[in-house]
Design a protein around this ligand. Structure first.
Ligand code: PEP
Ligand code: CO
Length: 463
């Protein structure tokens, strides 16, 4: 925190944790039972917080460093977490891939990398329609496990406020295990030779990948020998969490003042972001997030109006505080060259020191109907690895040409061997999508594709 900032808080001009309620607020569930909601909110506000204000400040400082070109941000995880998906194997696999990607990026970019998990609270999803109709029956749309259940029956689809408390508990379980794995040194990190690099054999870059991994192993071993303890203890690997701050009953109930510090802190996560559909400057989300001390992300896409964006940035970051605002752009490989530069210019003109991150997933979603394999004939959402990579590469170039800097990436991934995105070194085809398609929402990069993406970005950062 800067000295200047210590003296003031973002909670100004009539802001309170409840003030969003007098603004139009999109994407909120219609909770059927106000008494149950009130009880859930009271319980949530009493439970221990998931993160602390000190961690939040540390992250804001790191985001400021990334905006200044001294760090790179790796933000990743599922599109939507589910309560059932809170299991040890998938948490460990996700942590492993994020840590491995970050080592590869450190090696290529020669910059420190901040890891931000898109988890421990990523339980709510924006929907294009409030209802879903099947065979003449209309029920509320599934809004994520924080709100209702996915099964198409009235009981599952009824929003249930008790899920807010369960979400907090699942997030706590996820965070607890994540923090323990990291504190324990997470052995997989120390021996890149044990990384699952089978896919490398399929890549034209096999030799380069192998060299990269050997170098990472050598550097880690060198440090361990030199200092005599293992790397995780030397450099306690910081890990931060983030989720889309969508359901404001959940965020508000966990927003508190803390002893001896000014301001209000959303202690449900370090880094909430505002989705593309809820970023209107006059809406409840911008009102809520402008008053908390956390750094705030804003998604920016083809539907974003540049004047609205500037207005939202000015509301959330009235004084140009470094690390306060991160813009997460998601235009798609086809449109990024046309749509990103004008937004960059408009934002640059505000003089705000924003951090630019590229989300190469959400602008590159397409629907295909596989003509072979297990899911033949059934439409499925996918993304092409080549498009994902192409958007990141273009974002690097566009920022360089505009005099700004790409400071990180935001990806949907899993540490498991799913078949949801096509392409990559193994050349996964549309016909293979049905083999292990598990995402309930958006298609994620699998373990191999994620590591390959990190390697190709590292290679580019090196060059
Ligand atoms: C998401 O990140 O899963 C999402 C819904 O993104 P966006 O708001 O960019 O569409
Ligand atoms: Co998504």
């Amino acid at each position: 925190m800067t000295a200047e900032h210590a003296a003031r808080t973002f909670a100004t001009d009539g802001w309170s944790p409840q003030s969003w309620r007098s603004f139009p607020t999109l994407q909120q569930p219609e909770w059927p039972d106000r008494a149950v909601l009130a009880a859930a909110r009271t319980e949530l506000s009493r439970l221990p917080p998931l993160v602390t204000s000190f961690e939040i400040d540390a992250l804001r400082a790191q985001l400021a460093e990334a905006a200044a070109g001294q760090r790179f941000i790796l933000q990743g995880g599922d599109c939507a977490e589910t309560f059932d998906g809170c299991d040890s194997a998938s948490i460990a696999a996700r942590l492993k891939i994020l840590l491995q990607m970050s080592l590869v990026l450190v090696q290529g970019g020669k910059r420190r990398v901040t890891r931000i998990g898109r988890f421990a609270g990523q339980y709510a999803k924006p929907r294009s329609s409030d209802g879903e109709t099947r065979e003449g029956v209309t029920l509320p749309a599934y809004r994520g496990d924080l709100v209702n259940g996915p099964a198409f029956d009235a009981a599952s689809r009824a929003p249930d406020p008790r899920r807010l408390v369960r979400g907090h508990e699942r997030a706590a379980l996820t965070l607890n295990f994540t923090r323990s794995l990291i504190d324990g040194g997470f052995a997989d990190l120390h021996h890149p030779e044990y990384w699952d690099l089978e896919f490398v054999r399929h890549s034209p870059l096999a030799a380069e990948y192998q060299r990269m991994v050997d170098q990472i192993g050598d550097s880690l071993r060198f440090m361990e020998t030199l200092v005599g303890v293992n790397v995780a203890q030397v450099h306690r690997v910081d890990f931060f969490t983030s989720h889309e701050g969508l359901v404001l009953d959940y965020e508000e109930a966990q927003t508190r003042q803390v002893p001896h510090r000014a301001g209000w802190w959303d202690l449900s996560t370090h880094f909430p972001w505002i989705g593309v559909r809820t970023a209107a400057p006059g809406g409840g989300h911008v009102e809520f997030f402008r008053g908390i001390e956390n750094p705030v992300g804003i998604k920016v896409g083809p539907s974003t109006d540049a004047s609205d964006l500037v207005h939202a940035i000015e509301r959330i970051d009235p004084w140009g505080t470094p690390g306060r605002v991160t813009l997460i752009t998601r235009f798609g490989a086809r449109d990024v060259a046309r749509l990103l530069p004008p937004v960059v210019e408009r934002v640059r003109a505000t003089g705000r020191p924003v951090l630019w991150i590229c989300d190469p997933m959400h602008g590159n979603t397409e629907t295909v109907v596989p003509q072979s394999g297990p899911g033949t004939g059934v439409a499925v959402k996918t993304r092409k690895f080549g498009h994902v990579l192409a958007e990141v590469e273009q974002a690097f170039e566009i920022h360089a040409a505009c005099g700004t800097r790409l400071g990180g990436i935001h990806v949907e991934l899993t540490g498991e061997n799913v078949t949801e995105c096509t392409g990559g070194a193994r050349g996964l085809s549309d016909g293979q999508l049905g083999e292990a398609y598990r995402s309930a929402v958006d298609p994620r990069l699998n373990y191999e594709q994620s590591l390959e993406l990190a390697m190709l970005i590292a290679r580019r950062m090196k060059g």
